[in-house]
Write a protein that binds this ligand. Structure first.
Ligand code: AMP
Ligand code: MN
Ligand code: MN
Ligand code: MN
Length: 278
């Protein structure tokens, strides 16, 4: 198999490596093709693309869009998008604008639990106000000793249903897919095994994703436990989705797989990159 890794983050969203550092790592780990898919921003694509070209990696410009589906947040990865196309530029801007207001409410909730300075702490770890992520709060909570690691920050404070969780309205599912397709890209459902949905709701979500133009799902991802791979392989077969593979790498010590180090896709699946590479 060609070693494609189609889901990774940089300091332009909530990753720990710069776009250049990420591509340099991918070159060292043996990835042959790499995508940068920061949350709701394309700010790192130019730098990462230049590094990929310099190092001889096949380059896939991407993005990971936050979507509200009922009260569940879904992530839709767009691959091979043109980041200058108007639908993606306007669409991403419309959802980024809400992040500062949400972060203020997260910080207020933490303050109510005796944790001061969280907004400043998160901001100091984020690229800018419009990219403020729960990950930046999680790192603040770890570094100030409130919790031992970022996972515990989500389990205790930031995860859905926890005291500092703030519900937020992101893009609609059909909107996100439309922005991606309108910018020349392919829409991929990120880490489908991570959403807390009952089987019937999961079926409805997959049906709707397919109906609005979604073409692929991630099967092998750093955000699935290995025992989940088989179920999502079956789902790709059942729905006729193309399959994607990506580490969802955020940085040293925070992700189970480095870029390009995941197991290969099951051989019977059609990889999403068959759409653009023959
Ligand atoms: P946000 O877009 O600000 O809601 O932040 C979402 C990001 O938080 C995800 O992309 C992950 O990087 C991280 N995240 C979400 N849930 C967890 C979790 N349970 N454990 C660790 N990281 C998480
Ligand atoms: Mn993230
Ligand atoms: Mn995600
Ligand atoms: Mn991700």
């Amino acid at each position: 198999m060609e070693n494609f890794d189609l889901h990774n983050h940089s300091t332009c969203s909530d990753g720990l490596l710069s776009p250049t550092q990420l591509i340099e790592l991918a070159a060292r780990t043996g990835a042959e093709a790499i995508a940068l898919t920061d949350h709701d921003t394309t700010a790192g694509l130019e730098e990462a693309g230049a590094a990929a070209k310099r190092l001889g990696l096949h380059w896939v410009p991407g993005v990971e869009i936050s979507v509200s589906w009922g009260d569940t947040t879904l992530h839709i990865v767009g691959l091979n998008i043109d980041p200058t196309a108007q639908p993606i530029v306007d669409g991403l801007r419309s959802i980024r604008d809400g992040r500062l207001g949400r972060a203020e409410r997260v910080a207020a909730a933490l303050k109510g639990m005796g944790i001061d300075g969280a907004l400043e702490g998160a901001l100091a770890r984020a690229p800018n106000e419009s990219m403020l992520s729960r990950t930046h709060f999680a790192r603040f909570l770890v570094e100030t000793g409130a919790v031992k690691d970022t996972q515990r920050a989500f389990d205790k404070y930031l995860g859905k249903g926890k005291p500092a969780y703030v519900a937020h309205q992101w893009a609609g599912l059909a909107d996100a897919v439309r922005w991606i397709k309108g910018s020349g890209g392919i829409a991929v459902l990120a880490h489908p095994g991570r959403y807390d949905l009952k089987p019937w709701a999961r079926g409805e979500m997959l049906d709707e994703f397919k109906r609005v133009g979604g073409e692929a799902i991630e099967v092998i991802t750093g955000s699935h436990r290995p025992e989940q791979y088989a179920m999502w392989k079956r789902t790709a077969d059942e729905y006729g989705f193309l399959a994607s593979r990506g580490a969802d790498y955020h940085g040293p010590g925070e992700s189970p797989f480095e870029p390009g180090k995941l197991p290969p896709l099951p051989e019977t699946l059609t990889p999403v990159w068959s759409k653009w590479r023959h």
